[in-house]
Design a protein around this ligand. Structure first.
Ligand SMILES: [Mg+2]
Length: 159
């Protein structure tokens, strides 16, 4: 049973790319299927957290937009954030699923059992991930993971 889903932002909720205009303003893309998936998880009673290495107005936008149960920005030690979520949520480590795509996520992938990587994650992350997803970051990977988790939870609750 998964009780908490933790998501990296760049490369997971977004495609990991930034569009910069001539004024230096940055734009990122996400997929509404992934936005809907976050709400579907929460609707099923699963807590959702965002853990990002970025500490920017964009990171704050994600906090406002999703109102996650847990939010860590400017977080370079993602495993420490995960450990804090374990303490705060009371969930067991194997009841937490983490999805990330990059080097900063590796310590979490080495520690947790339930991990997921978008199709375009770096190779080391893909190698360690329990779920090697076929959708990419910013392009349906959260939807794909949510389907798996909701099916898994449904099966373990006998539904
Ligand atoms: Mg990332």
């Amino acid at each position: 049973m998964i009780r908490v889903v933790l998501l990296d932002i760049d490369g997971v909720l977004t495609d990991g790319k930034v569009i910069v205009d001539s004024t230096g303003k940055e734009y990122k893309r996400m997929d509404f299927r992934d936005v809907d998936a976050v709400y579907a998880l929460r609707g099923a009673g699963i807590k959702v957290g965002l853990v990002t290495g970025e500490d920017t107005p964009m990171a704050k936008y994600f906090q406002k937009r999703f109102k996650p149960d847990y939010f860590y920005s400017g977080c370079k030690k993602k495993l420490a954030a995960v450990e804090e979520v374990i303490a705060l949520s009371g969930a067991a480590p194997d009841e937490i699923c983490y999805m990330g795509d990059g080097r900063l996520d590796l310590p979490v992938f080495r520690s947790l059992q339930c991990t997921a990587a978008p199709s375009n994650a770096i190779r080391e992350v893909r190698d360690l991930a329990k779920y090697k997803l076929s959708f990419a970051g910013g392009d349906g990977c959260v939807m794909e993971l949510a389907e798996k988790i909701l099916a898994l939870n449904g099966a373990s609750s006998g539904k």
